[in-house]
Design a protein around this ligand. Structure first.
Ligand SMILES: Cc1ncc(COP(=O)(O)O)c(C=O)c1O
Length: 422
């Protein structure tokens, strides 16, 4: 009896796989691709273009999350695709980072530094954001000869052990102890906290505005006081712009809003135009410390991959040439104007508040359960949204900067329908 059951099950499975190949894909995904959560979104996207994603059934989604602040210049920007094609004709990986003169790397480093303050003139390309965090913290320890690292509560800096040590949430850190010793977590945007920054510290690492906390932009006065305190104590200021950089906030770099300059700048996500690329950027004199005693102070095989640099450079050129940043404020305001629930005069507001910093916003609902219902409704109805790690009651909006006003209106209409249903 059991054998017959097994056989019938096997036949049914085989039939299902023949009839519905996408079911098969899902099974393989769940079985053989390592899972990061028990409930992945699991959408099977077969094509992406601009601010749109298309799934295996031909369903269209307006992408309000942009791969978590990656697709700033839109999915598959034509100039990025062209640059990748051209680089494919020349070479892929040819040598570990830092040995050969690779045109895409040096051209991109030049373009980046041409658009940065003079003190940030040396670019170390990495594979990811977390690796940029690692490199920067090592550099700070090496330069200052100090060991303490100061970070902030509710900050997110990545998932490798060093980056995990500085993220500001014990739930995510705790299971992986021991982590880096000598890490001090302070309250973000608090003047009182600044008193704890002393000559013991090698660096302060801070997001220019906190993302996973649900878009918390600090006051200009606090940022300037943080910079001043670091100067007074000889502590290096590392600004993590892995999400705030590359035009997301309406300026090329988030720190421009605060009239300060970090000692080390961290970039990632949109930096590669859709390809994997990160960077830590500092002054040449500082960066030199990774070159000697010991030599090869930070090394990477694939960091600054030529195809990624070519793609990233094309994306940055498009960002600059096509005026994408000029539209950010207007689009942010359009979102804010439309995201009012209930419409003026109504009762029981479903949307409690909105925090935004450019095209990067957190729409706050009562709790995670309400937010999850909104997210599910949106995805069901062709709008891709998400929540935040440390602000589960907030809906994440970080679309490609190229999203059209029509797409914004259509997407917000779907969010409003979700609110109406509750
Ligand atoms: C602010 C910030 N820093 C660092 C990282 C880590 O980047 P990656 O996932 O490329 O390692 C992230 C990723 O979400 C981030 O948002």
């Amino acid at each position: 009896m059991t054998n017959i059951k097994v056989e019938v099950h096997h036949i049914l499975r085989t039939l299902t796989e023949i009839v519905s190949p996408s079911m098969n894909q899902r099974e393989i995904f769940l079985r053989h691709v390592a899972q990061t959560s028990p409930s992945p979104l699991g959408l099977e996207i077969v094509k992406a273009e601009g601010a749109l994603l298309f799934d295996a059934n031909g369903k269209e989604f307006i992408d309000l999350i942009g791969g978590i602040s990656v697709a700033n210049t839109g999915h598959r920007h034509p100039k990025v695709i062209e640059a990748i094609k051209q680089q494919l004709e020349a070479y892929l990986h040819i040598m570990v980072y830092g040995e050969f003169i690779e045109t895409p790397q040096l051209q991109y480093a030049k373009l980046l530094t041409d658009h940065l303050p003079a003190s940030l003139n040396s670019v170390y390309f990495t594979n990811s954001g977390a690796e940029a965090v690692e490199g920067a913290m090592k550099l700070a320890k090496r330069v200052t000869n100090r060991t303490e690292i100061i970070a902030f509560n509710k900050s997110y800096h990545g998932s490798t052990q060093g980056a995990l040590s500085v993220i500001g949430d014990e739930y995510w850190r705790n299971a992986f102890r021991p982590l880096l010793p000598g890490v001090l977590h302070l309250e973000y945007n608090s003047f009182e906290s600044l008193g704890e920054i002393t000559e013991q510290a090698a660096c302060v690492i801070a997001e220019t505005a906190q993302g996973e906390a649900g878009i918390i932009a600090p006051s200009k006065e606090w940022m300037q006081a943080l910079r001043k305190k670091c100067d007074e104590t000889g502590v290096l200021l590392i600004l993590d712009e892995i999400q705030t950089g590359f035009g997301r906030t309406g300026k090329l770099w988030g720190f421009e809003h605060f009239d300060i300059v970090p000692d080390i700048l961290l970039l990632g996500k949109a930096l590669g135009g859709g390809m994997p690329l990160g960077a830590f950027i500092a002054g040449k004199k500082l960066m030199w410390q990774l070159t000697e005693d010991p030599v090869l102070g930070h090394i990477t095989t694939f960091g600054g991959h030529p195809v990624c640099c070519a793609a990233g450079m094309a994306a940055m050129q498009a960002l600059l040439d096509e005026g994408m940043m000029n539209e950010v404020k207007k689009k942010e305001e359009l979102f804010r104007a439309l995201l009012v629930h209930p419409p003026v005069g109504g009762h029981s507001p479903k949307i409690k508040s909105i925090r935004s910093f450019g095209l990067w916003m957190a729409v706050e609902f009562e709790n995670f359960e309400t937010n999850k219902k909104v997210i599910d409704h949106c995805i069901e109805n062709g709008v891709l949204v998400d929540w935040f790690l440390f602000a589960p009651g907030c809906l994440r909006i970080s679309p490609p900067l190229t999203i059209s006003e029509e797409q914004i209106k259509q997407a917000v209409k779907t969010i409003m329908q979700a609110c109406d249903k509750m």
